[in-house]
Design a protein around this ligand. Structure first.
Ligand code: ZN
Length: 312
């Protein structure tokens, strides 16, 4: 038996101050804050989700906000760089926009593609690449219009000290296709249009440490609950220990750790972010899962209010 994921569902990272996080991803990058909720395992801290206008799988980056925590270290066993895809011809717009907000960037090339690389305010490594694939993002904000807006995730670069074993998991377990090697990169692709390009960097960066500025995990797509259970059995048959299914309200999740140390999740596409508030207003209000609803007042007092605002 073999299985194939459609690619990245979301990437989850740890950041510091949540308002700085919103200012960067919503106001500078022009993404939609599609859900404002709490970390279900740590309810006194935010879990913020950003994506396209609907928060479609493959467009999502999500954050656990740990204000005041000491920064982590990007290293082996982590997603080193998270990639964003913009329409062809939009890279000049993004250079100008990063300059406007005084965000330093570097330009690099790999596998014949040009990348703009930069960091978010907490040190998370990001890049922007132009690609034809992927539907335009209709969410327009603060001067970011549909013709240049980030369409979603391009994928990610995994840092692994055991790159051959990580590569084996991408091919044999997740069903990604090996497309080439260049320098110290190995490139894989999946069938979908977004979140579909995964690189492994074979150079070791030393051991990573979780904390602000570091990716916590990367999630792969599965189409529904039944298929997720089939994935659970399949990953277990391949020798990995998989967690029970966890209900994350907007999708269901299972987790396992690949041999290089990166935490992998397999997440269902449904039900999505319009399940507990309307598509028009989602992201504006603090949404809590029903088990925390009777603690709303207390939690609203603890959590620093955050808002999407236009930055000049
Ligand atoms: Zn996740």
């Amino acid at each position: 038996m073999s299985k194939k994921t459609m690619g990245t569902h979301h990437i989850t990272a740890i950041v510091g101050d949540p308002q700085e996080n919103v200012d960067f991803y919503a106001s500078v990058l022009g993404l939609r804050l599609v859900k404002k909720t709490v970390n279900f395992g740590d309810k006194v801290r935010y879990h913020l989700y950003f994506g396209n206008e609907e928060g479609s799988p493959g467009t999502l980056i999500t954050f656990f906000a740990w204000p005041g925590a000491e920064n982590g270290k990007v290293g082996d066993g982590e997603v080193g760089v998270s990639s964003y895809v913009v329409p062809v011809g939009a890279i000049e717009f993004w250079k100008n926009r990063l300059e406007k907000f005084e965000i330093p960037y570097t330009e690099t090339e790999r596998f014949g593609e040009q990348y703009l690389q930069f960091q978010d305010p907490h040190g998370l490594l990001l890049e922007i690449v132009e690609r034809e694939e992927g539907s335009p993002n209709k969410w327009e904000f603060g001067g970011v219009t549909e013709d240049v807006a980030i369409k979603g995730l391009g994928g990610a670069t995994l840092y692994s000290a055991k790159s051959a074993e990580t590569a084996e998991v991408l091919s044999n377990v997740l069903g990604l296709e090996l497309v080439g090697e260049e320098g110290d990169y190995i490139r894989f692709k999946s069938a979908s249009e977004l979140g579909n390009v995964i690189d492994i960097k074979t150079t070791s960066f030393g051991k990573g440490q979780q904390g602000p500025g570091v990716v916590h995990h990367i999630a792969w797509r599965t189409k529904d609950d039944t298929e997720q259970l089939a994935w659970k059995s399949f990953v277990e048959e391949n020798g990995f220990k998989v967690t029970p299914v966890k209900d994350r309200n907007y999708f269901k999740a299972i987790y396992f750790r690949e041999p290089g140390g990166t935490l992998f999740e397999i997440a269902t596409d449904p039900p999505g972010f319009a399940r507990d508030e309307s598509l028009d207003t989602m992201g504006e209000k603090l949404m809590l899962p029903k088990q925390f609803e009777d603690e709303r007042e207390e939690l609203e007092n603890i959590l620093i209010p955050v808002e999407v605002r236009e930055l000049k």
